[in-house]
Design a protein around this ligand. Structure first.
Ligand code: MF3
Ligand code: CO
Ligand code: CO
Length: 278
């Protein structure tokens, strides 16, 4: 049994009910998400071999400050950075450090800005210099998986339709879907109901309704789906050390589909890959 709640009435904690947002909220989310997208666009120019991930973190922090926004991850549940940088076999929640990126790496940069109380959450993969064909293919498969998940979003469908679309495509491409992390409701809160699984069946999960806002953020591996979290309590890696990739958009459900709030204004949704699909 699922409950729905007017978003304006209880903005402060995740009660398990799914919030329905109005047009004014959609406008707030559009602004926060476009700021996040512009930051991710700007990063496409600076990600290169030799760049230290702490410099990415500093760039994100400064970009937020310059535009009146806070990085949501800063001091979130003990996390002390403004972004996550997840390299190669790191699945998600990689912590920026003093190590340089190397030619051939693939790195996910995940940014969430809070602007006027609204959370804009998005991540993209960045190839560092020239990468191997297998890595490039994983990025293509993962972005396409995200877009197939987004295509399943419409009122009346269930959250499981998103997961089924992603899983069916990724597994047909001989890749695997990480089960241990999922997308989430987002808006006034960073992580809210519902959970958006990136696997499953179309008849599972709560029904989507106009006004819901959530992320879709599939993590896709070249090898097996299993992950472990390192001793730092955050960094999630593939158990078999195979390459992992992730892209994330924040979307709002409309009367006939959805609006992608975090689309790149510069056509850089897939940095380093052609900006058209396929
Ligand atoms: N931005 C991540 C997400 O997509 C969450 C990062 S939480 C952190 O939900 F603490 F690890 F930064
Ligand atoms: Co997210
Ligand atoms: Co994110």
């Amino acid at each position: 049994m699922v409950n729905y709640i007017e978003a304006s009435s209880a903005p402060s904690k995740n009660t398990g009910a799914i919030r329905l947002y109005d047009a004014q909220a959609f406008e707030g989310m559009r602004k926060a998400c476009q700021l996040t997208a512009r930051c991710l666009d700007a990063l496409a120019d600076i990600v290169k071999p030799g760049l230290v991930t702490d410099d990415i973190d500093r760039f994100v922090f400064d970009f937020g400050m310059d535009h009146g926004a806070q990085p949501a991850t800063l001091n979130y549940r003990g996390y002390t950075k403004s972004t996550c940088t997840s390299i190669n076999h790191v699945v998600c929640h990689g912590i920026p450090n003093d190590k340089p990126l190397r030619e051939g790496d693939i790195v996910n940069i995940d940014v969430t800005f809070v602007l006027d109380g609204w959370h804009g959450d998005s991540s993209r993969m960045y190839p560092v210099g020239t990468v191997k064909r297998a890595a490039e293919r994983l990025l293509e498969v993962t972005y396409e998986a995200l877009m197939r998940g987004i295509s399943a979003v419409r009122p009346g469908a269930r959250t499981g339709a998103i997961g089924e679309s992603i899983q069916t495509f990724a597994e047909a491409e001989r890749c695997s879907v990480v089960r241990d992390f999922c997308g989430h409701g987002v808006g006034r809160l960073f992580h809210d109901s519902p959970n958006i699984l990136h696997y499953g069946r179309a008849n599972e999960g709560p029904e989507l309704r106009e006004g819901m806002i959530f992320t879709i953020e599939p993590m896709i591996n070249l090898g097996r789906p299993h992950v472990k979290v390192l001793a730092d309590g955050w960094t999630a890696v593939t158990r078999d050390r195979s390459l992992s990739a992730q892209y994330e958009h924040t979307v709002g459900v409309t009367s006939d589909g959805c609006e992608i709030f975090t689309l790149s204004p510069g056509g850089l949704d897939r940095p380093g890959l052609p900006s058209f699909a396929g």
